[in-house]
Design a protein around this ligand. Structure first.
Ligand code: SAH
Length: 339
C-alpha cells in the first residue's frame, strides 16, 4: 500500500515529470501534512532513531560548556543570539542551559532562538524549555541581525536536501525520482554517483556570513565524512532499521552523509576541524564529567552512564561516525575548545 504522501508524489511526477533526489527528500521530510518531521516525534527507543542528546545528558552539557567558553572568549557580550538549528525534542538546548546556569551572566545574555519547521517538535521544545523565553523561526531570515551569534546544530544539516549526480554514457546527469508501473524508481538506475548539497553548503555559508557581520561562532555535528568522496550515501531509517529509500515515504527518516570538506568551501572566516565527535568530546572533558556523575549514580544508572559514554565517544560508534566542525569570527581570533 503506498502511503498518502507516496500517492501525492506519484501524481506530481506523472503530471510534471521526474523530480530530483533533493526535491523528493524535501517533500518526504517537510510536506506540511504528511512530511516525516511534520507529523510525528521520530526520536527515542520507541521512535525511529536516537540522537546524541537523547543518548546522554553529557552531550548537551559538553556543548553548553563549549558555548559558554566561546562567549567568554568573545568578551562576554551582554546580549547574544543563542541559536539552535533543528532542536528535535529540545533536549540539547535544555541540557546546555542547565550546564551553564552557574556561568555568571551567561543566562542573562543568552537570547534563545530555535530554527524549526515541525509543529509537533516545536510543541516538544516548548515543554522541554518551559522555564525560558524562546523565539521560534522557520527561516534564518528572521533571526536577529543586531547581536553576536552562537549557533549550534546537531543532526540538522543531514536533514537538509542533497542531490545526486550520476555518470552515464552521455555524461553526468542528475539522478531523478520517477514512476514506473505505479512505483517510485530512480532514473538512471545505475552508474557511479557523486553527491552535492547546495542547501547544506548554502546554509552554512549563510550562518558564516552572519558570524562575519555580527561576530560569534557556530558548531555543527553530523554523520558524515571529512573529505569529499564518491558514492551513494542516501539512507532511510525506520524503527532503528535501514529500509529502502523510496518506500515508506513520509514514514522513514531520510538522510545522507554530510560532506564536511564541501562545507568549508567558500567560507572566509576561521574554520576548526572537522574532527570526530569522540576527539571533540574527549578534549572537552567528557570522561571527567562521567566520573562526577558516576559518584551519584545508582544501580541501572551506572550502566546507562557507561553505555552512553561509550556510544558518544567510541570510534566504532557515534564517536567515530560523527564529525564536528566549528566556525568563528571576532575582532581577535577565537580558540574554540575541542579541535
Ligand atoms: N538536533 C536534534 C534533532 C535532529 S533531527 C537532536 O539531535 O536530537 C532534525 C531536526 O531538524 C528536527 O527538529 C527537524 O524538524 C528539523 N528540521 C529539518 N529540516 C528543517 C528545515 N528545513 N528547517 C527547520 N528545521 C528543520
Amino acid at each position: 500500500m503506498p502511503s498518502p504522501l507516496e500517492k501525492i508524489i506519484i501524481e506530481q511526477i506523472e503530471a510534471e515529470g521526474p523530480m530530483s533526489v533533493g526535491a523528493f527528500m524535501a517533500m518526504a521530510l517537510g510536506h506540511p501534512e504528511h512530511g516525516y518531521y511534520m507529523k510525528q516525534d521520530p526520536f527515542g527507543r520507541a521512535g525511529d532513531f536516537v540522537t546524541a542528546p537523547e543518548v546522554s545528558q553529557m552531550f548537551g552539557e559538553m556543548i553548553g560548556v563549549w558555548a559558554a567558553d566561546i562567549w567568554m572568549q568573545m568578551g562576554a557580550p551582554a546580549r547574544f543570539v543563542f541559536l539552535e538549528c533543528g532542536p528535535g525534542r529540545g533536549t540539547l538546548m535544555a541540557d546546555m542551559m542547565r550546564a551553564t546556569k552557574n556561568v555568571a551572566g551567561f543566562h542573562d545574555a543568552a537570547e534563545i532562538h530555535l530554527l524549526e519547521m515541525s509543529p509537533v517538535l516545536k510543541a516538544k521544545q516548548e515543554e522541554a524549555l518551559s522555564g525560558f523565553d524562546v523565539v521560534w523561526h522557520e527561516s534564518m531570515m528572521r533571526v536577529p541581525y543586531d547581536a553576536p551569534v552562537i549557533v549550534i546544530g546537531n543532526e540538522f544539516l543531514d536533514a537538509l536536501p542533497f542531490h545526486q549526480m550520476i555518470k552515464t554514457d552521455e555524461g553526468e546527469v542528475e539522478r531523478m525520482v520517477s514512476v514506473h508501473e505505479g512505483k517510485l524508481v530512480f532514473v538512471p538506475a545505475r552508474g557511479d554517483i557523486t553527491e552535492v548539497s547546495r542547501e547544506r553548503e548554502g546554509f552554512v555559508s549563510n550562518v558564516c556570513a552572519r558570524i562575519k557581520a555580527q561576530s560569534g561562532a557556530a558548531l555543527f555535528i553530523d554523520y558524515g565524512h571529512k573529505k569529499s568522496g564518491v558514492g551513494d550515501t542516501f539512507q532511510a531509517i525506520k524503527g532503528h532499521e535501514y529500509v529502502d529509500v523510496l518506500s515508506h515515504v513520509g514514514d522513514a527518516d531520510l538522510t545522507s552523509h554530510v560532506d564536511f570538506e564541501a562545507l568549508k568551501r567558500g567560507v572566509d572566516i576561521d574554520v576548526h576541524g572537522a574532527v570526530t565527535q569522540g576527539t571533540f568530546l574527549t578534549a572537552l572533558g567528557i570522561a571527567a564529567r562521567a566520573m562526577v556523575l558516576a559518584q551519584k549514580a545508582e544501580g541501572q544508572q551506572m550502566e546507562t552512564l557507561e553505555k552512553g559514554l561509550h556510544r558518544l565517544v567510541d570510534s566504532g560508534e557515534m564517536g567515530g561516525l560523527f564529525k564536528v566542525i566549528g566556525f568563528t569570527h571576532h575582532d581577535k581570533p577565537l580558540k574554540p575548545h575541542g579541535f
